[in-house]
Design a protein around this ligand. Structure first.
Ligand SMILES: Cc1cc2nc3c(=O)[nH]c(=O)nc-3n(C[C@H](O)[C@H](O)[C@H](O)COP(=O)(O)OP(=O)(O)OC[C@H]3O[C@@H](n4cnc5c(N)ncnc54)[C@H](O)[C@@H]3O)c2cc1C
Length: 469
C-alpha cells in the first residue's frame, strides 16, 4: 500500500484508528492538531491526527494501523525537546503519551519504580522522596517533560556529574517496535546479563526504533543535605581552570555549573544577580550532597580546589533561602538571554573537562569573528556547554553567519575530542551534522538496525539520520 497522502488521513485509516483506540482517543480537529505541531524547536508541521493511547495495548494497535496504511508515527512526551524530535513529519500521526501516566509499581525495598512513560519526570522523583529515595536525573524541564521523552533522548541535568544520566537508571523497558513486535528488555534486578542489551539501545533512540510504553527505573537514597558554593572569577579561563582542579580531586560534586562572561553580562543587564562582586566575568556554582559530615568534608575539599588565580569571591550556603540566592544568576539565564534576540540556536556540545577552557575561548573567538552574541553556560563537570547563538530571524545576513558559526563550533568540538550533543539529541535540527561525528560504516550499521526494528520506516522518519544522498 502507498504512503498516505500528506494532506488527509484516509477515511479507512481513521476508521481503523477509532476501532483500535475508541473515538475519544483520536483527534483531527485543527485546533488540537495545532497544539501538537511543534516542540520547543523552531519548526512547525501540522500532523494528520493526534492519538492518545491509554495503555501498552493501545500503542501496539496503533503501530499495526500505521503499518497497514504506511502512516508515520511521531511519539510525543511533553514536547519540550529542542531539536524537533517530536516535530511531526508531513502526513504523520502524533502519538501523545500524556494519558499514560500511571505508576504501575513502587517498591522502595528494591529501590525501583515501574511507570507508564507519559508520567512527568518530576512526579517520579516526588514519589520516590516519600520513602527517602530520589530519582537522580534532573533535566531543567522535569516538571513538564515526560519520562518517555527523557528515555528517548537520554536526558540529564546538573546532577549528572555525580549521578549520571537517564540511561544509568533504566533497569528495563516495555515497548512496541516499528514492525509491531512487543519488546520486553532488561530485568527488575540491578544485575542481569541475559541477551543483547536492548535497553541501552532503545534509550537515546529518539522514537525511531520503538515506542516505549513502560519503564522500570532505579532509585537512589535521597541525600540528607546539600551544601552550595558560588565562586566568582575574573575570566572564563580562570573558572575553567578551577573546574579542572575540582575534577582532579577525590571528591564528586553533585553539581558543577558554569556561566561564561556573556552569561554574566546578560543576567546583569536583566537586573538579576546584583550581588556579584565587581569584575566578575565567570562563575561556578558547585554543590555537594550526602550526610552532614560528608557534605562538610566535601565542601572543604571543594573550597580548596576552587581557590586559585582569578578567584574574586567564594560564598557558601546550606540554608534553603541562601542556596536559592546563590543559584539566582543561573536560574535567571533563560529569561535574561531572551532579551538579547528572539531566536536562540541552542546547542549542547560536550568536550573533555580538561578542554573546557579551549572550548570557551573558541566560542568567544567565533562570537567576535561572526559578530554574533553567543552565550555559553552549562554542566561544566561533564564538559557539557550550552552554547546559545542569539539571532534576529529577520536579519538574513545574521542568520547565515549564525549557521556558519554553528558548523565551525561542531568542527571545533570534534577536534577537541568531544561530541556535538550531550543531552538534547539530534532530532530534525542536527541530523545534517551527524556524519561529522559518526563514521560512515558505523552510520550504515545504525541504519541497518533501524530497518530491523522498523522495516517500513514508520517511526519518526527523517530524524537522527542525515538525508540519504
Ligand atoms: C526549559 C527547558 C529546559 C530543559 N532542560 C534540559 C536539561 O536540563 N537536560 C536535558 O537533557 N534536556 C533538557 N531540555 C530538553 C528536553 O526537555 C528533553 O530533551 C526531554 O527529555 C524531552 O522530554 P519530552 O517528554 O518533552 O519529550 P518530547 O519533546 O515530547 O520528545 C522528545 C523525543 O522523544 C521521543 N519520545 C517521546 N516519548 C516517547 C516514547 N514514549 N517512546 C519513544 N519515543 C518517545 C519523541 O519522538 C522525540 O523524539 C530542556 C528543555 C526545555 C524547554
Amino acid at each position: 500500500m502507498n504512503r498516505a497522502s500528506v494532506f488527509n488521513l484516509p477515511p479507512a485509516a481513521h476508521h481503523a484508528l477509532i476501532e483500535a483506540l475508541g473515538a475519544t482517543r483520536v483527534h483531527l480537529e485543527p485546533d488540537v492538531l495545532a497544539l501538537y505541531a511543534a516542540d520547543e524547536g523552531p519548526r512547525r508541521c501540522t500532523p494528520l491526527a493526534v492519538a492518545f493511547p491509554t495503555r501498552h495495548e493501545d500503542v501496539a494497535a496503533l503501530v499495526q494501523v500505521a503499518n497497514a496504511f504506511r502512516i508515520p508515527l511521531v511519539a510525543r512526551g511533553g514536547g519540550s525537546g529542542n531539536v524537533g524530535g517530536a516535530l511531526p513529519v508531513p502526513g504523520s500521526i502524533v502519538v501523545s503519551f500524556e494519558c499514560m501516566r500511571r505508576v504501575l509499581e513502587f517498591s522502595p525495598s528494591e529501590r525501583l519504580v515501574i511507570v507508564e512513560t507519559g508520567i512527568p519526570t518530576a512526579e517520579i522523583d516526588a514519589l520516590a522522596r516519600t520513602q527517602g529515595l530520589f530519582y537522580p536525573p534532573d533535566p531543567g524541564s522535569a516538571p513538564y517533560c515526560r519520562i518517555g521523552g527523557n528515555l528517548a533522548m537520554n536526558a540529564a541535568g546538573p546532577r549528572a556529574v555525580k549521578y549520571g544520566v537517564t540511561r544509568d537508571y533504566v533497569l528495563g523497558l516495555r515497548a512496541v517496535a516499528g514492525d509491531g513486535r512487543a519488546l520486553v528488555t532488561g530485568a527488575r534486578t540491578t544485575k542481569g546479563v541475559v541477551g543483547y542489551d536492548l535497553t541501552r539501545l532503545l534509550v537515546g533512540s529518539e522514537g525511531t526504533l520503538a515506542l516505549i510504553t513502560e519503564a522500570t527505573l532505579k532509585l537512589s537514597p535521597a541525600p540528607v543535605m546539600i551544601g552550595t558554593l558560588r565562586a566568582c572569577y575574573e575570566s572564563g579561563a580562570a573558572a575553567c581552570a578551577a573546574v579542572t582542579r575540582v575534577m582532579s580531586e577525590p571528591v564528586i560534586p553533585s553539581a558543577l555549573e558554569f556561566l561564561d562572561p556573556a552569561s554574566i553580562a546578560a543576567v546583569q543587564q536583566a537586573g538579576a544577580a546584583t550581588d556579584l562582586p565587581r569584575g566578575t566575568r565567570a562563575l561556578l556554582i558547585v554543590e555537594a550532597d550526602g550526610d552532614p559530615d560528608a557534605v562538610a568534608r566535601a565542601l572543604t575539599q571543594l573550597r580548596a580546589a576552587l581557590s586559585g588565580p582569578g578567584l574574586l569571591e567564594l560564598r557558601e550556603a546550606t540554608a534553603a533561602s541562601e542556596v536559592k540566592a546563590l543559584w539566582t544568576a543561573r536560574r535567571s539565564l533563560s529569561y535574561a538571554i531572551k532579551r538579547i534576540a528572539p531566536l536562540k540556536i541552542n546547542e549542547d556540545v560536550v568536550v573533555p573537562v580538561t578542554k573546557l577552557a579551549d572550548l570557551v575561548i573558541a566560542v568567544e573567538t567565533l562570537a567576535d569573528e561572526y559578530r554574533l552574541p553567543i552565550v555559553s553556560f552549562g554542566h561544566a563537570g561533564n564538559g557539557n556547554l550550552h552554547v546559545n547563538i542569539m539571532v534576529h530571524p529577520e536579519d538574513r545576513d545574521e542568520v547565515t553567519r549564525a549557521h556558519t558559526a554553528l558548523a565551525r563550533l561542531f568542527e571545533t568540538v570534534l577536534a577537541l575530542e568531544g561530541t556535538i550533543s550531550g543531552e538534547h539529541g539530534i532530532g530534525y535540527e542536527k541530523r545534517a551534522f551527524v556524519p561529522l561525528e559518526i563514521p560512515a560504516e558505523t552510520l550504515a550499521s545504525m541504519r541497518a538496525l533501524k530497518r530491523v526494528f522498523d522495516p517500513n520506516g514508520i517511526l519518526n522518519p527523517g530524524k537522527i539520520f542525515p538525508e540519504a544522498s
